[in-house]
Design a protein. Structure first.
Lengths: 189, 575
């Protein structure tokens, strides 16, 4: 199973992929994850490859073999099309962060749905950022989206919640578990 | 117990399990988290940031001479800085095991080049281990200390970004016992005068042969026989890519690629029909295969530049063109300095004063990008001051306006000698030290200028202005870069000075708690804004342009530089 998480530095993608990786290990899978740190903090694109199964060799997902894309930002979804195949499930958080050229008024924020539709039919838009605001925890969008993703994976809800409890500091634990539960129920069709 | 660790965390764990007493490093992507993990998780190991990689290796050597196991950690280009001690260290007698971690960066995710540091192992004639997973990163680090003591050699463990920053499952073992230090004298083995070094050289050559025997027999080098039509020799993360692409092929996996296991390679080559060497960057192993008179494929098909992946390896070996599926062109997100970054203000001022700006390595290198367009050179740590000096000398005083910018951490790393030279040889150039009180680019590490150690101890804080004066610079001023008017005037004065000058642009990084910004977004008075775009020229992520007008978004921290620049005085605080 290959999961690609995409978004922008500061959205908490690394933590979300850390939790996913830990859950899959506890579930009994071999698991590997790869991402690029470094300049992420400075508003750059972030992607994290998470692979799990009986045995995982490469930490990078081969092209055309991604099962699920979990995208935290709309435009970022379209940056990794080579990894998609025709039945890839693409979950897109409804959130736009304008890149510098859009901010400077040099080009428009692109409509990414046509290029995505050419690749896969299974595109699901979720209001993760809106829910995070509703819960008064805008930074919790990562765990909300992890909840949405979790509904498509085998491990039971209790394993996810137990893992989140173990990995998150006490101060932000309860609000994120709430976010996870609500995210898990988000209508993803 | 099983745990998910990054390659870097696994190296730290390996050091802990090996009974390491002392670890030193200079931060550098992708190696930084190794020392950070040691300092955070394994407090029994004394960890310290060194001002540069040469110091890191040399203090580790001191600890090793005292009988303790010691670790020096750096990114690939850091080994260039440490190359001087590295090349002579193998001549000396090794007491406590000493291991050098070199974290290479194929694809240049965060580096100025993609040199292949495996060559250093061959140059220094030391053993090199190359892990292909987090598990191996831990095990090999532990093994490296054993080899170091058993063979009396420094050992290099070479990782790459995809090993350092990938995560995988690791089986933890108990920590090893630390060796008690003791003072011994071994002058004929530690004083590398020609007469001593000459006697030590043959020992190195004998040691390489002994290590070759080890590499032919160690379980770190192993065959996995499958279909004999295709035989692949590989190491590091490239092995994982090849395994992903051709799971049924036969493999010779090398965890210890230097000294090269000749006999093992011969035996493997004899078993397979078509032999491939799959490695990132240079044909390091391939050339050694060919030197044995064995024909093989490798860099005739596999790219020399950039990182590999399973698709590149599959295409190369299958004889298909290596190509990436189509990807639409999207607006990029190049890394930028943060909103409110003090570097942005200072670079803007320098650019407006129309000088050539020799740059250096740090966040401010990003000032190269438009619209700031304010960095003219970037070569390696500490180079900018020296570029400025060399230029000033060939032009002669007063002919051209020459400046250099360098961050505080980079200045302590390798700018001090350059500034000393500028004063000594009296170059007429302005050096701006961008003192943001941290090593920002690698994630805010402390350094001698802050006086706080990685273990949280507060030692002496360097008096930067005093240091600059002590180096022989008479014209030195410390300014607040957010005060653009004063900054521009000071730059003008400095450039008019008939000798070397230094401006210390002092303001904490906006990612630090001590930052000198209000933290609240400014607003544009829409009635006053004429859409002149002066503020847009800062390239700040907080200032947007739309509907013929400037807007300030929520990432603004209120540094006020755009407000100072605005000719209409249209930008102000929250109403």
């Amino acid at each position: 199973m290959n999961v690609l998480m995409t978004g922008v530095g500061g959205q908490g993608i690394i933590l979300a992929s850390d939790v996913l990786t830990e859950v899959m290990m506890r579930y009994g899978c071999d698991v590997k994850k790869s991402e690029i740190h470094g300049m992420a903090q400075r508003g750059g694109s972030v992607m994290s490859h998470v692979r799990f199964g009986e045995h995982v060799a490469s930490p990078l997902i081969p092209y055309g073999s991604c099962d699920i894309v979990l995208s935290f930002e709309e435009l970022e979804t379209a940056r990794y099309l080579p990894y998609l195949r025709k039945d890839t499930t693409v979950i897109i958080n409804r959130f736009r962060l304008s890149p510098p050229t859009v901010i400077a008024g040099k080009e428009a924020y692109p409509d990414i749905t046509p290029v995505l539709r050419e690749k896969t039919r299974d595109i699901r838009l979720v209001e993760g950022s809106a829910l995070a605001l509703e819960l008064g925890n805008p930074r919790g969008v990562n765990i909300i989206l992890l909840g949405t993703l979790s509904a498509l994976l085998k491990p039971e809800e209790s394993l996810w919640i137990e893992t989140i409890s173990d990995m998150l500091p006490v101060k932000i634990r309860a609000v994120n578990i709430e976010g996870f539960k609500r995210g898990r129920l988000l209508n993803v069709q | 117990m099983k745990k998910i660790l990054s390659g870097n965390e696994a190296v730290a764990r390996g050091a802990f399990e090996a009974g390491v007493s002392f670890a030193a490093a200079y931060p550098g992507t992708p190696s930084t988290e190794i020392l950070e993990t040691i300092a955070k998780e394994y407090k029994g190991i004394h960890a310290e940031w060194a001002p540069n990689e040469k110091v890191a290796l040399e203090v580790a050597i001191g600890a090793s001479y005292a009988g303790a196991r010691s670790l020096a950690v750096m990114k690939h280009v850091g080994v260039n800085v440490a190359a001087d001690p590295l090349m002579t260290l193998p001549y000396t007698f090794i007491r406590g095991g000493i291991v050098l971690i070199s974290a290479d960066d194929p694809e240049l995710f965060s580096s100025q080049n993609e040199q292949d540091n495996r060559h250093y192992a061959r140059s220094a004639k030391i053993a090199m281990l190359e892990p292909a997973s987090s598990e191996e990163a831990k095990d090999f680090t532990r093994e490296a200390f054993k080899i170091s003591e058993e063979f009396g050699t420094p050992v290099m463990v070479r990782t790459t970004t995809r090993i350092s920053h990938s995560m995988g499952i690791v089986e933890l073992s108990d920590p090893g016992e630390k060796k008690a230090p003791s003072l011994e004298r071994h002058p004929s083995e530690w004083v590398m005068l020609p007469a001593n070094a000459r006697r030590r050289h043959p020992i190195i050559e004998e040691r390489v042969l002994a290590l070759k025997k080890l590499s032919n027999t160690t379980p770190m080098n192993f065959m996995e026989m499958g279909d004999i039509k295709l035989g692949i020799i590989s190491s590091g993360v490239a092995y994982q890519y090849a395994k992903e692409a051709f799971p049924g092929a036969s493999f010779l996996k090398l965890g210890m690629p230097y000294p090269f296991p000749d006999e093992l390679v011969r035996a493997f080559a004899a078993k397979v029909e078509e032999l491939w060497v799959v490695e990132e960057l240079d044909p390091f192993m391939e050339e050694q295969v060919r030197a044995l008179g064995i024909a093989c494929h490798g860099k005739d098909r596999i790219p020399m530049c950039g990182e590999l992946n399973p698709d590149i390896v599959r295409a190369a070996i299958s004889g298909e063109p290596v190509m990436k599926p189509a990807q639409p062109v999207l607006p990029g997100r190049p890394p930028n300095m943060c909103p409110g970054c003090p570097h942005r203000a200072m670079l803007w001022s320098l650019r407006r004063n129309k000088c050539f700006i020799a740059g250096d390595i740090g966040c401010y290198t990003l000032g190269f990008l438009p619209p700031l367009d304010a960095i003219d050179t970037c070569l390696c740590m500490g180079a900018g001051i020296n570029h400025a000096h060399g230029m000033s000398k060939v032009f002669g005083p007063g002919k051209e306006k020459i400046a250099a910018v360098i961050g505080d951490s980079t200045f302590y790393h390798s700018g001090i000698t350059g500034l000393l030279n500028l004063a000594y040889n009296r170059g007429v150039a302005l050096v701006v030290i961008l003192d943001n009180r941290t090593t920002a680019m690698t994630g805010s590490q402390n350094h001698p200028g802050t006086g706080v150690t990685i273990e949280g101890q507060k030692n002496t804080t360097i008096d930067l202005e005093g240091l600059v004066r002590a180096l022989g610079i008479e014209w030195v001023k410390t300014i607040n870069p957010y005060d653009v008017k004063n900054a521009r005037k000071t730059i003008k004065d400095a450039l008019a000075h008939d000798g070397p000058s230094v401006i210390i642009s002092k303001a904490p990084c906006v990612l630090l708690k001590s930052r000198a910004v209000p933290g609240k977004p400014l607003v544009v008075d829409q009635d006053k804004c004429t859409g002149c775009k002066v503020c847009i020229g800062l390239g700040c992520p907080a200032v947007e342009f739309g509907d013929e007008m400037a807007h300030i978004n929520e990432v603004c921290v209120g540094c006020g530089v755009c407000a100072d620049l605005c000719p209409q005085e249209a930008i102000g605080g929250v109403k």
